[in-house]
Design a protein around this ligand. Structure first.
Ligand SMILES: Nc1ncnc2c1ncn2[C@@H]1O[C@H](COP(=O)(O)OP(=O)(O)OP(=O)(O)O)[C@@H](O)[C@H]1O
Ligand SMILES: [Mg+2]
Length: 352
């Protein structure tokens, strides 16, 4: 059976960030070659979507697409799941079972969460990948495999290799090409386009034609959120917005469950800087070509945002002591007062 058919309607790999554009290129280049690929990235970034796009573009489309979740089963079960067994191979083997390798013959075998595979099973997998055949438990006949193995993991496999938890040789075997998908917070410019795509999709699916597009304010708010659960979390929030509406309170409540700013201040500033781009996109319905892209204006806006953040932060740290803050910022007292005024920085109520 072509298990890919179970995945529902195909979804495009949406995004305008450099990372996603590069991945789309790589998919086109590699799909023809059948090189072993490993796809890495945090939970919900789109690893499975990338694997499925590789399959869609390959000449194995139409042949089986078989997924094995290496984290879901204990070792012995995973082994028989992958390689199968003959009837009577062990107590309880009442009928012959074809393993996933065999089911995926001529197609794609997707090894999800490969980082969770035990070391003994890693050895066996390496052996099969090198020799191209294996013998199911209790069988006499080796099975010659022809599968395109694509693996995915949300772990840092290189670190696992260094720490001895993942076989170096298997890592190299699997990663002729490694595709790293950045977390959404590092590519905020993708957020407005994903919002656009999924609000349309969900509105159509739920027959809510009136919710075609979110307000620029909502898009800006969603774009500055850090999305620890990445695209999957964004999808959940959008589905709820379509049903519950996009009022300020609803959004606040939905996003309240996770931190919106990084704890590390330097990171926070960089993330806000790229936030300027998401804001521009948000104000132009996700279409950069519609925006006023005067570099001078954008630079000014980004600088203002960084200055507002930094000055605000130092003022709060110094209890709104402006002469102390000006020394820390290495600007004159007068300049600081001017900036506070220009950038409309206001003290929090307890210091006002
Ligand atoms: N760039 C994208 N464009 C459109 N949809 C995306 C994109 N990235 C992810 N998605 C969607 O987000 C959801 C989560 O993606 P996916 O299941 O591929 O993540 P994953 O990295 O495999 O997560 P996990 O580690 O939790 O298994 C899917 O419905 C997927 O279609
Ligand atoms: Mg996945």
């Amino acid at each position: 059976m072509n298990q890919h058919a179970l995945h529902g309607t195909a979804v495009e790999l949406i995004g305008i960030s450099r990372n996603i554009r590069r991945i789309r290129e790589l998919i086109d280049q590699v799909a023809e070659t059948g090189f072993n690929v490993i796809v890495c990235g945090e939970t919900g970034v789109g690893k499975e979507l990338v694997v499925s796009s590789l399959y869609q573009k390959s000449n194995r489309l139409g042949k089986p697409f078989v997924k094995v979740n290496c984290a879901a089963l204990p070792d012995t079960l995973l082994e028989s799941e992958m390689f199968g067994y003959e009837r009577g191979a062990f107590t309880g083997a009442i009928r012959t079972r074809r393993g996933k390798f065999e089911q995926a013959h001529e197609g794609v075998l997707f090894l999800d969460e490969i980082g969770d595979m035990s070391l003994p099973l890693q050895s066996k997998l390496l052996h099969v990948l090198q020799g191209g055949d294996f013998t199911p438990l209790g069988s006499e006949k080796p099975f010659k495999t022809d599968v395109w193995v694509i693996a995915a993991t949300n772990r840092n496999l290189r670190k696992d290799v260094e720490e001895g938890n993942f076989r170096n040789d298997l890592y190299y075997r699997l990663s002729t090409l490694s595709i790293h998908i950045e977390p959404l917070r590092n590519r905020p410019e993708d957020i407005p386009v994903l919002i656009d795509y999924y609000t349309r999709k969900y509105s159509q699916e739920l027959n809510r034609s009136e919710v075609g597009r979110l307000s620029p304010e909502s898009i800006a708010k969603l774009s500055s959120y850090l999305w620890p659960g990445n695209v999957r979390e964004l999808q959940n929030v959008l589905q709820r917005i379509i049903v519950l509406g996009e009022s300020e309170e609803t959004l606040e409540a939905m996003l309240a469950s996770a931190p919106r700013v990084r704890t590390d201040e330097s990171n926070r500033i960089t993330s806000r800087t790229s936030g300027v781009l998401s804001e521009i996109l948000a104000n132009n319905g996700g279409k950069l070509e519609l925006a006023d892209l005067s570099l001078k204006k954008i630079r000014k806006k980004a600088m203002n945002q960084v200055e507002r953040d930094l000055i605000g932060h130092v003022l709060i740290k110094t209890g709104w002591n402006r002469s102390k803050a000006s020394r820390i910022l290495k600007i004159s007292y007068k300049t600081l007062l001017q900036k506070i005024d220009e950038l409309s920085i206001v003290p929090p109520p307890e210091l006002a």
